[in-house]
Design a protein around this ligand. Structure first.
Ligand code: HGA
Length: 609
């Protein structure tokens, strides 16, 4: 969250900074801003609208420069207002000596604010970031690189910062601790950004800064010191980052496009898999899988629901016990570590702060067998884990995850099969049958997508509601949770999901004629139990909206609306059912007129805790 770009060059860098911000806008869109060194002074432009608006502003004012920084914000401290937008200046807007942008949270900001206020600094914003700008200004000794190294020692919490000073027109200094930051090395010019995608087309020579690094960027020089202030060489990697600038094509939103891409990206994720092989998860995977006798899955949000689905698969197919934990809880609770655990992290971006911290916590507890299911091969998560399975969802632009989720599920199903095989629990016939079903997934999903017109009819009704319940059982309970999350995220309709058997233990009290109850009804061993739960809802007047397998024997009637799923799909059924729930959320949001790709208060790639 929050995107940073910075540059020091011998040409006008405004277009590079703005292009970088556009590509980083997924990380936050509460406000954005750019600051440049112009004729011996610091100038900035900020907007509480989108980067396109900032670009117009910059065009109008003709803001140009060779050295500068830019930022797109997801607010943590202080409202999404223009005075809180980065870059922040110090000591004041009219007399700026220091300009600074920040991604992260400074936990001791209150204490520093009091100290700096006592020194005469007047704060213009409610952000924790402004304290860093004033701190750097206060400590400034004529050498920005040295000053920043001293200043960051006073910060508690997480930060990626980029800063420049009026007195040093050809220098940008950056530092990171707990938030991502990369350097793009150029010819006689250098760059810094939150991720390599921001610099695609400008520099593909990328250095991934490590925790505690401080970097000095000058025209012909990149100098890095580590957390101990020691000069270090970091590897420069050639990274062909995606620009993320995918065309919308015939779609109205990226989310819709990404929902419809699922047949292809699941095919891509499983491409070339001719058999279940531990090596698909990386070198040495066989040995690791042999040495473990339990699995701990750490994730947040939608990825957590992918992990929750995987628990059902891994326990039933591989008979390996699985715990799934919300990363932000796990990292702070006392747990009982077991070194014979496979720690699996799931993250679309591979930069999710809570998941990364939970992974480090697990390792600190002595659990060294780590695997990540991740969509970004160059991410911190992939670098930090011993094993990895890279999903091939491609760049996901919509903030509400869709194709990343289903590709995670495909990878996790493969993990379940692999653990079963390593444990001698997968016969050749079973392997062949599962692989056949997986290969058929793209065409099965295509059939679900064809249900869109029926789902649109339901969505028109949903759009008028303020609450909804989602029910599922077994394997489909996490899918109900994901369906409710999707609806909340983009349509702002309050939605909750329950395992259907839990209704009578409380939530049934909410059911009236006004309550739509979405029910996932695959024809599995729990179907008769589920039908009883549906009766309980009907008896209270609740309106049932049922996604039923073709052979579930549930028919439309009074207060019961049924959409028939095209096929009965056994254990892979969650991957099909979630697609219909994505469409329901998308079309409900569309009918309510919300900003589907950039829902309020949210951002992609959650790099703060
Ligand atoms: N705390 C700063 C930066 C926010 C951030 O990094 N969000 O992801 C602010 O609120 O401006």
């Amino acid at each position: 969250m929050c995107g940073i770009v910075g540059a020091v060059a011998q040409r006008n860098i405004t277009p590079i900074l703005l292009e970088g911000l556009k590509r980083l806008e997924y990380r936050g869109y509460d406000s954005c801003g750019v600051a440049l060194h112009v004729d011996g002074a610091l100038q900035r432009s900020r907007s509480t609208s989108r980067v396109a608006d900032l670009e117009k502003q910059v065009d109008e004012t003709g803001l140009k420069g060779f050295t500068g920084i830019a930022h797109t914000r997801w607010a943590t401290h202080g409202a999404p207002a223009s005075h809180n937008a980065h870059p922040h200046f110090s000591p004041s807007s009219d007399n700026a000596r220091i300009a600074l942008v920040h991604n992260g949270i400074i936990e001791n900001h209150d204490e520093l604010r009091a100290e700096l206020t006592a020194l005469g600094y007047v704060f213009q914003s409610q952000t924790d970031t402004e304290v860093i700008a004033h701190l750097v200004d206060h400590m400034y000794n004529g050498d920005l690189f040295d000053t920043v190294q001293q200043a960051v020692k006073r910060l508690h919490g997480a930060y990626a910062i980029a800063v420049f000073a009026r007195e040093e027109p050809h220098r940008v200094v950056a530092a990171r601790q707990g938030s991502p930051l990369i350097v793009g090395v150029g010819q006689g010019e250098n760059f810094v950004a939150s991720d390599a995608m921001a610099l695609a087309g400008t520099s593909d020579q990328i250095i991934y800064l490590e925790e505690g690094d401080v970097v000095d960027l000058q025209l012909g020089k990149v100098w890095i010191v580590d957390v101990n202030g020691k000069s270090v060489e970091r590897e420069v990697k050639t990274v062909h980052a995606h620009t993320g600038a995918a065309e919308l094509g015939p779609y109205r939103h990226y989310m819709q496009k990404e929902i419809f891409e699922q047949p292809r990206v699941i095919g891509d994720t499983l491409e070339g898999i001719t058999g279940v092989m531990p090596e698909l998860f990386g070198d040495g995977a066989y040995k690791v899988f042999k040495e473990i006798d339990r699995v701990l899955i750490l994730a947040c949000g939608t990825s957590y629901y992918a992990g929750s689905t995987a628990k059902y698969w891994i326990e039933s197919i591989a008979k390996v016990p699985v715990n799934v934990e919300i990363a932000s809880e796990y990292r702070y609770r006392d747990s009982v570590p077991d070194p014979r655990t496979l720690v699996v992290t799931i993250s679309q971006s591979g930069e999710t702060a809570d998941t990364l911290a939970a992974l480090k916590h697990a390792r600190a507890l002595g659990m060294e067998h780590t695997l990540t299911i991740c969509n970004v091969a160059t991410s911190a998560m992939v670098r930090e884990c011993k094993l990895a399975y890279i999903t091939r969802a491609g760049v996901e632009v919509g903030v509400a995850s869709t194709k990343a989720f289903t590709t995670q599920l495909a990878a996790l199903f493969l993990l379940a099969l692999t653990l079963a095989q390593v444990n001698g629990r997968l016969t050749d016939e079973e392997e062949a049958a599962h692989l056949k079903a997986m290969r058929h997934l793209p065409s099965a999903i295509t059939s679900v997508l064809a249900l869109e017109p029926q789902i649109i009819a339901w969505a028109d009704e949903f759009a008028r509601k303020e609450n909804a319940l989602f029910l599922g059982r077994g394997l489909h309970y996490p899918i109900a949770l994901e369906g409710a999350l999707k609806l909340k995220e983009i349509s702002y309709i309050h939605a909750e999901a329950y395992p259907a058997g839990e209704l009578k233990h409380g939530p049934l009290a909410l059911v009236t004629e006004e309550m739509p109850v979405v029910t996932i009804a695959p024809n599995d061993t729990l179907i008769e139990k589920l039908k009883s739960n549906m009766q309980e809802v009907r008896a209270r007047g609740g309106q049932l909206f049922v996604f039923a397998d073709v052979d579930s024997r549930i028919t439309s009637g009074d207060g019961v609306h049924v959409i028939r799923m095209p096929e009965h799909y056994g254990q892979l059924s969650p991957i099909l059912h979630v697609v219909s729930l994505q469409l329901l959320a998308y079309h409900s949001a569309l009918a309510r007129g919300t900003d589907v790709d950039k829902p309020r208060n949210l951002a992609k790639s959650v790099t703060v805790e």
